[in-house]
Design a protein around this ligand. Structure first.
Ligand code: C2O
Ligand code: CU
Length: 486
């Protein structure tokens, strides 16, 4: 067991609860005309070669933005970002900034918020980056294919109010489905799509089998860990080989600070993390210079992906945890909130209902050629499935909500598989889990276990926002719906 490898203390019963956060200042309505960019980037999707199987093995033709696998953009909080997406691949795509609260028109969901960007085409996104944290970006069309081949990047919004860490590293975890000649195997198989997903056997961090990182002995290192796999749920844990003064704290989830929780106080001493979820850890390195390792402990076959080795040492060790400033997010009024409940289901197999939108609705008009979906329906939310195959009928919204209203949404998982559920355009507060396994925290994606009911709460932001499972095959075979917020 890896329990209590860190520190000597036994787990304290129960989890630390997040103290209430204050409501961020109300924002002025967004006006693209008066948007003055302070930073401009162009992100071009294209093919490149990467040796994923090993230095002496054949390379793989992956997809990346600007020829940089998992390119990391760092920007100060408050940046007004103009990001131009250029589609340099041979199929339609869009760019989606996951977890960023933004005007709906820049959300990158084809048919719902913008037309698909055809090969050679481009699209401008105007993004006010007001929330600090660890975010990422990826396509929102044929994600199993495009993200599955590596198309993703990291967006770090930096906050000058953060405590000073002695080191910082970014870790992008992703598996690949490769044949021995380096080519991709089928990225989705019915057996996987209808169950836990189609797994890759080549496990990587930052495109390598494992990484060796450094941090000063006795220092605090900040790790930003992203699960950008299409499918795999990971149990992230830390081992310090018995060094009693080492410690690891969870300090942010999906970019948003929470009251630090010792990993040792979490069930099994790990944070369970589904696709698209991110965490920030504060690790206090042993003062004697011994190494710390990080791994995914979920499978019997433990995957150790990073080693932190001491390089130098800090003059004055700090106790920690080094907590991040509390998030300034709209705070839902849970008592007065409207309550809704949605059930994640295996698809019943029946055809989805006819399009329940008037013909002049912009969404109905936008249903042109590609819905960027899979060929078969295996999943649904509330007996509705996002269309698959030749079905062009986008179901009616799962809910209509009022801008500025507080909502508590219960997500019930009636299937036999876990689902990381993501809502676009919002940071929601995870209020409770029927399995009582989660600290209260803000997030944009929450893992819902089989038989579990999780409650989230948020202040509704205007737009048409999708709500879907982030196991990409599940999303593409029906487990997606949307909220219309007016
Ligand atoms: Cu990572 Cu629909 O998003
Ligand atoms: Cu799912």
């Amino acid at each position: 067991s890896r329990r209590a490898f860190l520190g000597a203390g036994a787990a304290i019963g129960g989890l630390a609860l997040l103290a209430p956060t204050r409501t961020g200042a109300a924002r002025a309505p967004f006006d693209p005309q008066s948007f003055a960019p302070t930073r401009e980037v162009t992100l071009t999707a294209g093919e490149m070669e990467l040796k994923l199987l090993g230095p002496d093995k054949p390379a793989t033709r992956i997809l990346a933005y600007d020829g940089i696998p998992f390119q990391t953009l760092r920007m100060p909080r408050g940046t007004r970002l103009k990001a131009t997406f250029v589609n340099g691949i041979d199929e339609g795509s869009t760019l989606h900034f996951h977890g960023i609260r933004m005007p709906n028109e820049f959300d990158g969901v084809p048919t719902l918020t913008q037309p698909l960007v055809q090969p050679g085409g481009r699209f401008n996104h105007l993004l006010p980056l007001d929330d600090p944290g660890t975010f990422f970006f990826h396509p929102h069309c044929d994600e199993t294919g495009q993200a599955g081949k590596g198309l993703a990047g990291v967006l770090i919004v930096e906050d000058t109010r953060d405590p000073a860490f002695d080191a910082e590293h970014v870790l992008c975890l992703k598996d690949w489905r490769l044949a021995p000649d380096g080519r991709f195997l089928a990225l989705s198989e019915p057996e996987g799509a209808s169950k836990a997903g189609t797994f890759g056997a080549t496990r990587t961090v930052n495109g390598a089998a494992a990484v060796e990182l450094t941090a000063p002995a006795g220092g605090h290192v900040r790790l930003r860990i992203l699960n950008i796999d299409s499918t795999r749920i990971m149990d992230i844990g830390v081992e310090a080989g018995g060094a009693k003064d080492a410690e690891a704290w969870l300090i942010a989830v999906d970019g948003h600070a929470l009251t630090p929780v010792r990993l040792d106080d979490l069930p099994d001493g790990v944070w369970r993390m589904g696709p698209a979820q991110r965490i920030d850890l504060d690790i206090r390195m042993p003062a004697n210079g011994s190494p710390v390792t990080l791994g995914d402990y979920r499978a019997a076959d433990i995957y150790q992906f990073a080693t932190l080795t001491a390089a130098g040492k800090v003059a004055k060790p700090r106790k920690g945890p080094l907590a991040l400033p509390k998030p300034e997010l709209p705070k839902p009024d849970v008592k007065k909130a409207s309550r809704l409940s949605f059930t994640l289901q295996q698809a019943t197999g029946q055809a989805v209902k006819d399009l329940a939108l008037p013909a002049d609705d912009p969404l109905a008009k936008a249903l042109i050629d590609s819905l960027c979906v899979g060929s078969t329906t295996y999943w649904g939310i509330q007996s509705e499935s996002w269309p698959t195959g030749s079905n062009r009928n986008v179901p009616p919204p799962l809910a209509r909500m009022a801008t500025g209203g507080s909502y508590v949404v219960e997500i019930k998982n009636e299937t036999r598989f876990p689902h990381p559920v993501h809502l676009h355009g919002h940071a929601f507060e995870v209020l409770s889990s029927s399995l009582d396994r989660l600290p209260r925290h803000f997030a944009d994606t929450v893992l819902v276990q089989p038989g579990e009911a999780v409650e989230i709460a948020f202040v509704a932001a205007p737009g048409d926002w999708v709500f879907h499972c982030h196991i990409l095959e599940h999303m593409e075979t029906g487990m997606m719906g949307w909220f219309r917020i007016v």
